[in-house]
Design a protein around this ligand. Structure first.
Ligand code: SAM
Length: 289
């Protein structure tokens, strides 16, 4: 397996490359989950298996699809593109539920493992993977997918990359498609978390020490939150992109009931959703048919 280096390197890619390299050691899929699974679902343990790991993804896929209004019958004929698939924790479930799945990630080694995960727990004949070589552009044609989904990924991208991927989600989606993207916004603890994140990302650049640190869960958790984006940041950006506004249909911002949220743009529905992390929010866009 080869872990092709992203063409435009950013410090922000460090934790993914570090974990990606650890998936290339010839370890079994269960061993990969024990050594790197925490970068995807935050779970650790010497007894973890790929089956446990995929089960967490399956539960979340079913929950979000239900919450965002998709029945299994509606999903069945659709092509879904996932931004930030990792090693396929949720992708396996998507291949069980959709006709075609395009998994994309900034780390090529994760995509190799994603094929393995789907081979064991999904429908490999329905999977295609695409490396996001520059961290911001999808190598997928215009208007070619029915659903775009991204979970706990855009918060880990540099701000301009997260916004670019948002624009890309609209570009690759067909008329009438649904886009479901998860972001992170500000919480009071950011007063401490943001400077700690800056410090950890600076340390990642150091020779030897940086490499070791990027394998540590405690440090990674400080360094990997790369941006804070509000609904106004994302929608304000999207509305300015040429040719985008006229494609946008119904737009909903889903957020935790613990946090009040608003959106300046007229016609955007803002509503609480059960079991959403207080710092997270979802942008769900139905493109005009
Ligand atoms: C926390 S993991 C979540 C993976 C998966 N969504 C899940 O829930 O298991 C974040 C993923 O985003 C990927 N990622 C980070 N920056 C990215 C970028 N700029 N473009 C595409 N993928 C990216 C990482 O490689 C990693 O696989």
């Amino acid at each position: 397996m080869s872990n092709a280096r992203a063409r435009t390197w950013r410090t922000q890619f460090t934790p993914w490359r570090s974990a990606g390299n650890r998936t290339e050691t010839g370890a079994t899929a269960d061993e990969v989950v024990r050594s790197t699974g925490w970068v995807f679902n935050n779970e650790t343990g010497k007894q973890l298996t790929l089956a446990d790991f995929v089960e967490t993804g399956d539960k979340e896929v079913r929950r979000y699809m239900r919450q965002f209004g998709f029945t299994p019958e509606q999903l069945a004929p659709l092509t879904l593109l996932e931004i930030g698939s990792g090693i396929g924790r949720m992708t396996a479930s998507f291949t069980q539920q959709c006709a075609q799945v395009i998994a994309t990630d900034v780390d090529a080694a994760f995509l190799e493992r994603c094929h393995e995960t789907v081979g064991q727990h999904g429908r490999p004949e329905r999977l295609r993977t695409t490396h996001v070589t520059d961290g911001r552009t999808l190598q997928v044609g215009d208007r070619s997918v029915d659903v775009v989904f991204s979970y706990i990924t855009l918060q880990h991208c540099e701000r301009t990359d997260a916004l670019s991927l948002t624009r890309e989600a609209v570009r690759v989606a067909r008329d009438g498609a649904t886009i479901m993207l998860n972001y992170r916004s500000w919480v009071p603890a950011d007063v401490a978390l943001i400077p700690l994140g800056v410090l950890v990302r600076a340390l990642w650049r150091l020779p030897i020490v940086g490499g070791r640190l990027s394998q540590q869960r405690w440090a990674t958790r400080f360094g990997w939150q790369a941006n804070r984006l509000s609904p106004d940041d994302v929608l304000g950006y999207l509305y300015k992109q040429p040719g985008v506004e006229q494609r946008l249909g119904e737009i909903t911002v889903h957020h935790s009931a613990k946090r009040a949220r608003s959106a300046k743009q007229a016609g955007v529905t803002v509503q609480p959703l059960n079991r959403v992390n207080a710092s997270h929010w979802w942008l769900v866009i139905h493109l005009k048919g």
